[in-house]
Every structure is written in C-alpha cells, then in structure tokens.
Write a protein that binds this ligand. Sequence first.
Ligand code: GZL
Length: 317
Amino acid sequence: MIAAMMVATTAACGDSGAEGGGGGDDQIVLGFSQVGAESGWRTANTKSIQESAAEAGIDLKFADAQQKQENQIKAIRNFIAQRVDVIAFSPVVESGWDTVLKEAKDAEIPVILTDRAVDSQDETLYETFIGSDFVLEGRLSGEWLVEEFADESGPVRIVELQGTTGSAPANDRKQGFGEAIAADPKFEIIASQTGEFTRAKGKEVMEAFLQAHDDIDVLFAHNDDMGLGAIEAIEAAGLVPGQDITIITIDAVRDGMQALADGKINFIAECSPLLGPQLMELVEQVHAGESVPKRVVTEETTFTQEQAKEALPTREY
Ligand code: GZL
C-alpha cells in the first residue's frame, strides 16, 4: 500500500468541495459522501480519508450529509452527473439505498461502502464494504461486563445510549451486547434510547435516565461521545462516573481514552476511523478493474483503564 502511494506521482490535489476539483486526465476522481461531523470518530474518519486521497493523488470530491440520508442520495446523484470514476460513502442508515445504487450501477460507476453497511439484498450494487464488525464490538463490551460483575448477585441495572436510529453500528452493537449479557438474567437493560452518537444528545438522554431511575448500575453507550455527554449529566447529579455507575463505550477516540485513563469510563471497545489508506487502495484496485474482497474488516482491540494510560501518548486519533 505504501509502495502504491509512493508510485502515485500526480501532485496531491485532494479536492475538499463537492464541486470542482483539479484532477488531471489520468487522475482517479473519487466522489465521497460522508455521514456528517457528529462525533470525534467522524472527524478522525474524515481526516483519514482526505489525507489518504491527497497522498494517493486521488481527486477527492467530498460531501458532508449532516446526518441526513436525503443529502447522501443527492450527493451520490451529483457524483453520477459529474461522471466520477468511483463513488464511496458511509451510509447514515442501513435501508433505502437500492434505487440510487442502481442508478450508479446503470451509469457503470463502481460503489464502495465504508464504515457502515446497507441492508440491500442485491450485493451487485457495491464492490466491497470496508468497516468494523459492530456486532463483535457490542459482544466484547457485554462480555467485559459479565466478567466484571461475575461476583455480583444482581440485579445489574443497565441503561443504554443507542447510536443513530436505523444505523448499522446502532443495530449491531445492540445485538452483540444483548447476546453477551443474555448469559445471565441478573443483567437487565432498564432503559434504552438513541443519543444520536452526539455528546449533547447523550447528556440530555442520560439526564432523563437519571430522573427516571435512582438505581442505575451501568451505562452502555454505543460511542465515546454519548458516554462523555452522559458523564457530564452523571456528575451534575452528584454521582461519580466510573464508580457509582460503570461506563462502557465504543470507539476509543482521544477524549474517550482520556476519560478511561482518568477512571470516568471503565472499558472501551475500539472502532478504528482510520479507513483512509485501505479505502484508497480499494479505489485504485476497483478503478483498475481488479477483483476485491466483498468484505474488508478493520483490525481493532479493546482497552481497560490501565491499557488506556499506556496507549494515550501514541494514539493517532
Ligand atoms: C462506527 C461509526 C460510528 C461511531 C460514532 O463505524 O459509524 O459513527 O461509532 C460515529 O462515533 O458517529
């Protein structure tokens, strides 16, 4: 991959607008529709994509959908009209993509899914999907909790901050976590609601949880940002995050890892946003007509409080 990038001699001219772009004749033009800028994870993901496109000499036309599916559909149609070489996007929700993906297929423009999946039954509508195994992330979170509370007789009362309603990470993380804690009936999810993957909404929903329940033992948040917002609500309620309420989150972005190292979060399952380099390699392969695997799973790990302290100094995001 590094060699492939070094071979790309075209001056880097990653275009950051949805319009324009100074691509040379032989330069690959990539249209990318991003979910939005809702979380620290998304910011790091966008940076990785933009920097990797520039390094690979790929002319990037980047569109931010502000978490709205209709904006992503418009952006994809715009890319088709511009006759880009490849389209890539992170689908904000799983459903409702077949029509626009068929339009891209009819226009003979290959599509790559990044980060999140679609629930289309027609796998010919995209070349490959590169992203995390969200069910595994949820399962690892639940398994840590089962182990951590092995000596507790229970009940263990859990509140859950879900990601964006209908999104693959929200659906799959909930599934994986639920499967893991089903091992022992002492674990009970007493409230579950979307915090839209944002700090502000996570704080607002956690405030409501705290007003409705005075016996919360655990918070499972589908991303660090909602967990960080919830920590503000927990502290405002006079409780100690990480002690009065055990907190598990997913992503492992810098602010989440800092809270983990500080003892305010107890466990984080990593979800790497650094998809840029692998995405650009796939774009080049697809553009060259090479066959690519239908599914590329990103490598990830998990962190305890001690591991966060060790990892923080060299954390890329
Ligand atoms: C997961 C990604 C999720 C992150 C959130 O791959 O889609 O969206 O977990 C982000 O932080 O908002």
